[in-house]
Write a protein that binds this ligand. Structure first.
Ligand code: ACO
Length: 322
């Protein structure tokens, strides 16, 4: 096997400030029991006033680089997945390149909402497989708390801030086995976040906050993630019993449980972080992956299925032999 994208480092960062369900129930008409029962979320992290997607990405990326034991200047390509970039441009990828003091590499952002890090891993995989890049840094970093309307109880209970990273290297050993990504914009208005500054006149009055038809999104997410699991297993000629770990996007415990059931996996083979992180959008899969690698649950040689679903709609999976 040549030019396989092997994971040589992982990292994760969560801001210090914890916001509990109790605190949110002081802001909107909700309760800890409603949030826990419907979502599985108890607390989430909120970035400090000086923190940004790039500053959090730097911390997660540095951990991944340290774990890999490489010099940052060996990195050929940086892909940052974010829906909450510091600036419209330069990209958060470029800002991260500067922070890491990398003199010569390619850096850009990917915008695929909560599926962003899976899309970024898919791009990284293509670059490595083709021989166009040797070491690729993939980061998902999000400040969702600044895109949330803290008076909207249907969304503000869900989201949190954080960053996750993986460092991939071209290797003869197994790594990413396959990635599968999809988009279907016919669902565009079920989950969106406006950008008022560049909106057309008819949309000028919309505020720049996340808007979601939660129960509709829920149903499509469950069906779609079921299909992507089938597609991934079929493409690899793999039986579901071969999967050691499921690392899902952390949006809702009930969506995750439905995917685990489809795989006939017990929940102790599913990496769960949402209880204390909420939905960190494009950071969530990489944060969960990092946690399970660092605490020793995910071991070298195991088969791991990463999956995500988000606005667009976008959805995708990555099957990895770690
Ligand atoms: N507290 C109390 N009651 C609430 C709250 C709240 N925070 N939010 C909604 N309700 C009420 C509703 O008003 C409704 O009341 P009604 O029956 O009187 O009309 C009732 O609770 C049920 O509302 P639903 O929206 O049907 O509740 P549901 O069980 O679907 O849970 C949730 C809502 C948690 C948002 C769920 O639908 C969900 O997780 N959806 C998917 C989210 C997701 O996966 N997003 C994709 C990724 S995000 C991204 O890409 C950026």
């Amino acid at each position: 096997m040549s030019h396989c994208a092997r994971i040589i480092g992982t990292g994760g960062y969560m801001p210090e400030t914890i916001r509990t369900n109790e605190e949110i129930s002081q802001l909107v008409d909700t309760s800890d029991s409603w949030i826990v029962e419907r979502t599985g979320i108890k607390t989430r992290r909120i970035a400090g006033p000086e923190e940004t997607a790039a500053s959090m990405a730097e911390i997660a990326a540095t951990q991944a680089i340290d774990m890999a034991g490489i010099d940052a200047n060996e990195i050929d390509l940086i892909i940052v997945a974010t829906g909450s970039p510091d600036r419209v441009y330069p990209s958060t990828g470029c800002l991260l390149q500067k922070r890491l003091d990398i003199k010569n590499c390619v850096a850009f952002d990917v915008q695929a909402a909560c599926s962003g890090s899976i899309f970024a891993m898919s791009i990284a995989d293509q670059y490595i497989k083709s021989g166009a890049a040797n070491k690729v840094l993939v980061v998902g970093s999000e400040i969702c708390s600044r895109l949330v309307d803290w008076t909207d109880r249907s969304t503000c209970i869900l989201f949190g801030d954080g960053a996750g990273a993986v460092l991939l290297e071209s290797s003869g050993e197994a790594g990413i086995l396959s990635t599968h990504i999809h988009s279907d914009a016919s669902y565009e208005d079920m989950l969106y976040c406006p950008n008022p500054q560049v909106a057309t006149d008819s949309k000028k009055d919309e505020q720049g906050f996340i808007s979601m038809k939660g129960s509709e999104v829920f149903k499509v997410a469950v069906n779609t993630l079921g299909r992507i699991v089938d597609e991934t297993l079929e493409a690899n000629g793999l039986d579901k019993s071969r999967i050691d770990w499921l690392v899902p996007h952390q949006a809702n415990i009930r969506i995750i449980a439905a995917t685990a059931k489809k795989l006939k996996m017990s929940m102790d083979r599913v990496v769960l972080t949402l209880e204390n992180q909420g939905n960190t959008s494009s950071a969530s899969v990489l944060l969960a992956f990092n946690e399970a690698v660092r605490d020793g649950r995910i071991q070298r040689g195991q088969i791991v299925l990463l999956e995500a679903f988000g606005a667009g709609f976008t959805w995708g999976s990555a099957l990895i032999k770690y």
